[in-house]
Design a protein around this ligand. Sequence first.
Ligand code: ZN
Length: 255
Amino acid sequence: MRLLLLSDIHANLEALEACLAVAPAHDLIVNLGDVVGYNASPNEVCERVRALGGWIVRGNHDRACSGLTDLSEFNLIAAMSARWTQTALLPEHLEWLKDLPQGPMRLGEVEDVEFVHGSPRDEDEYVLNPSTAGANLRMPGHAGKIFFGHTHLQGGFAVENGRMRNFAPVFPTGDEVVQFAMPLAAGERYLINPGSVGQPRDGDWRAAFALYEHNGDAPGAVRFYRVPYEVDETQRRILSANLPERLAFRLKLGR
Ligand code: ZN
């Protein structure tokens, strides 16, 4: 079974379309949340994501932009974009965002795999370092392969016999579509981030996503992708919506 993993699209329509255009054949889409926030196409992206079907867990921006949580945890720019998104969203998309389920989520047909926005123990936790990753991977009752988002950093963490390592795909820089295959090992436990479609923060401006190949009892494999997109158009939309300039500027830096 092949799962297309999308996360942190953040209302970036051009990035989403570019990823879908090159996505390999898949059986199911799993979305790790933050459909909206930051960028300027929340309605178009909600419509597209809803039409794609599949499974989705909510992100913190989905909660904030649909009014489920207040903006006190957000920095100024994130709060400004959330307020703008609240007023821009059509009621039907707002209601859809409000009803998105909280992770962790499991799918019956994909054993020993779990999907979260932040981490298994806290949907808002940033898994950025080995100690946070280790604390989550050692928690009893959780799957051996956990797919997460929220950090906007492609890659993740693996632990085997108590030894923790982090990993990230290595790509040539440039403006090509690139991919990086990572076979998973039996006996290792993983936290894997497909990267952010709409606002990457690892220094590569290209949109990120991943494909997970689940082969029954075999460990399977993950393929990470980076995809160039029409970032000038995304920036133009942000500026013409009067969103903070920084949100447009950061996209080309991948920060
Ligand atoms: Zn996010």
